[in-house]
Ligand binder design. Structure first.
Ligand code: NAP
Length: 323
């Protein structure tokens, strides 16, 4: 099935419904060769958006992605690349959303990604220590300088997003265009209840993350602890706890039932979970992650499963994994 392209909120930007991100994997779990194979598999399947952040592997994820983009030789007018600002380093000037750090982080990302501009640039988290006016003005200036095409937020509350819109409108600055929230079958409420009204009122786009809950929604942690996954990474004990600890055990009955539902439809739980995210009209793109090209190839076919999600199947899913 061909890739689908959606408008990023009310903007004119056409983003692929399935996209690919670098968190955990690039510069940590996989090297440049495998990262290149994954990005090529995504691009060949029609994905046009690659997600990144200054925080991922302390900037190494951007460096790896930049090298792959250069080696592939794709023209920048065929893909969308992002970065996010918030966690840039240990020094007081290297974190948060001050005007200085927003500018420094953007310039660092441009160098590491080896591009002339960022298509999407996100405030990775809200910063209570910087006035929102300062951040909105800095983002707006970067857009007007041509260094950023669209700016947005990640894991901001609806109130914070509304405040940013209102501030931009009042001061004739560039408004935010997208939010990057977590969204998956085990984490529904924020997008479906809190953000949906803003998508409607402001034409906010969403680039959703961890659609497989970091791998839980593949079903591979149901009966065993697989060794060849992100849980083996040093310094990611918290992620191991999330995937194999008491929290994961509490979710197991839900995952087991979803697994059986997917089996009955003749598809993998990974594809069912991605297709379910794609069904939400407020989702502009589902950012997938992968540690090998085979996973990318499987995930990029998730659009095939969307027609199987009939009203009856969606009702069953709502009953198993309610918002
Ligand atoms: N804005 C934010 O705060 C934020 C936070 C997190 C992520 N993100 C973005 O969202 C992207 C996706 O997040 P995520 O990596 O957590 O996504 P995810 O889709 O929930 O998990 C991806 C991981 O699941 C496993 N997997 C994927 N497809 C599989 C398949 N078909 N079969 C078996 N295992 C499979 C792989 O890990 P293993 O092979 O290691 O098991 C893969 O790396 C990130 O790269 C990043 O760009 C943003």
């Amino acid at each position: 099935m061909d890739m689908e392209y959606r408008r990023l909120g009310k903007s004119g930007l056409k983003i692929s419904a399935l996209s690919f991100g670098a968190w955990v994997t690039f510069g940590q779990q996989i090297g440049e060769d495998v990262a290149g194979e994954c990005m090529k598999a995504a691009y060949d399947a029609g994905a046009n958006f690659f997600d990144n952040a200054e925080a991922y592997a302390d900037g190494q994820a951007e460096a790896v992605m930049g090298n792959v983009l250069r080696k592939m030789g794709w023209n920048h007018d065929t893909f969308i690349v992002s970065s996010k600002v918030f966690w840039g380093g240990d020094k007081p000037t290297q974190e948060g959303l001050s005007r200085k750090h927003v500018f420094d982080s953007c310039h660092n990302a441009l160098k590491r990604l080896q591009v002339d501009y960022l298509d999407l640039y996100f405030c990775h988290r809200p910063d209570p220590e910087t006035p929102i006016e300062e951040t909105v003005a800095a983002m707006s200036d970067l857009v007007r300088q041509g260094k950023v095409m669209y700016w947005g937020t990640s894991e901001w509350t609806p109130e914070q997003i509304r405040e940013a819109y209102d501030c931009a409108r009042r001061q004739n600055l560039v408004q935010p265009g997208m939010e990057q929230p977590q969204y998956n079958l085990l984490h529904r409420a924020n997008l479906e209840k809190n953000l949906a009204p803003i998508c409607r009122d402001y034409g906010l786009g969403t680039t959703i993350w961890s659609p497989l809950a970091s791998g839980l929604l593949t079903g591979k942690y149901r009966n065993a602890i697989p060794g060849d996954t992100r849980i083996s990474l040093p310094n990611y004990g918290w992620l191991k706890d999330r995937l194999t600890g008491p929290d994961a055990a509490a979710k197991k009955p839900v995952i087991d039932r979803l697994f059986q539902l997917a089996k009955g439809l003749g598809v993998s739980l990974a594809k069912l979970s991605l297709a379910w995210c794609l069904k939400n009209p407020n989702v502009s793109t589902v950012i997938t992650g992968a540690s090998r090209a085979e996973q990318v190839k499987e995930n990029m076919t998730a659009l095939e499963v969307v027609p199987l999600l009939t009203p009856d199947v969606m009702k069953q899913i709502d009953e198993i994994a309610p918002a």
